[in-house]
Design a protein around this ligand. Structure first.
Ligand SMILES: Nc1ncnc2c1ncn2[C@@H]1O[C@H](COP(=O)(O)OP(=O)(O)O)[C@@H](O)[C@H]1O
Ligand SMILES: [Mg+2]
Length: 164
């Protein structure tokens, strides 16, 4: 899929989030500036999170109150997760939907993800968004609609916010 604006990426993420449930882990991969945090923000909004959603810079993660709660991990600084470090992460996985930026860093320590999202730069405002996962029907369903057609948001459009 192609997204031609941050708003489209948020809207797409919101639509995906509505298919998720407590315990689901979603990896969000892509280079710096690809839109991983924008994607997680859109998902959070759709799950009722009203708190600001920003990259966890000084901590490894944020946990936001929503319906259900949403955890947002950023493993950028990790090179493999040790058992001790894993102990710190475990609470983020309890009774929440979990989005993980830079999942590569965790190696095999992460619980199995239900969905893998990969964002890539196409041009300054366009990103390709690819979905993958063991549940082929879920991936097919989520990948079917073109976000650019279904969510042609303009700045100030209420559509994204209405999903709260
Ligand atoms: N189609 C798009 N989708 C997502 N972000 C976009 C898009 N076009 C431009 N951007 C910009 O790219 C940047 C993505 O930042 P961010 O989500 O923090 O990236 P990451 O978390 O992957 O490092 C933002 O400044 C955003 O405005
Ligand atoms: Mg980020």
């Amino acid at each position: 899929m192609l997204s031609s604006s941050p708003e489209e990426t948020e809207a797409l993420a919101g639509r995906i989030a509505q298919e998720l449930r407590v315990g689901d882990v979603v990896t969000v991969a892509g280079e710096l500036g690809a839109g991983k945090t924008i994607f997680v923000r859109g998902a959070c909004r759709a799950l009722g999170v009203t708190a600001p959603v920003t990259s966890p810079t000084y901590t490894i993660g944020h946990r936001y109150e929503g319906e259900p709660d949403v955890s947002h991990l950023d493993l950028y600084r990790f090179t493999g997760v040790s058992a001790a470090e894993w102990g710190d992460l475990e609470p983020y996985f309890e009774a929440a939907i979990v989005f993980v930026e830079w999942p590569e860093a965790a190696g095999s320590a992460l619980p199995a993800a239900r969905l893998h999202v990969r964002l890539e730069h196409v041009d300054p405002t366009t990103r390709s968004i690819r979905l993958d996962g063991a549940d082929a029907r879920l991936v097919e369903r989520l990948g079917r609609a073109d976000p650019g057609v279904r969510h042609r948001n303009r700045p100030g459009d209420e559509r994204t916010r209405r999903r709260r």
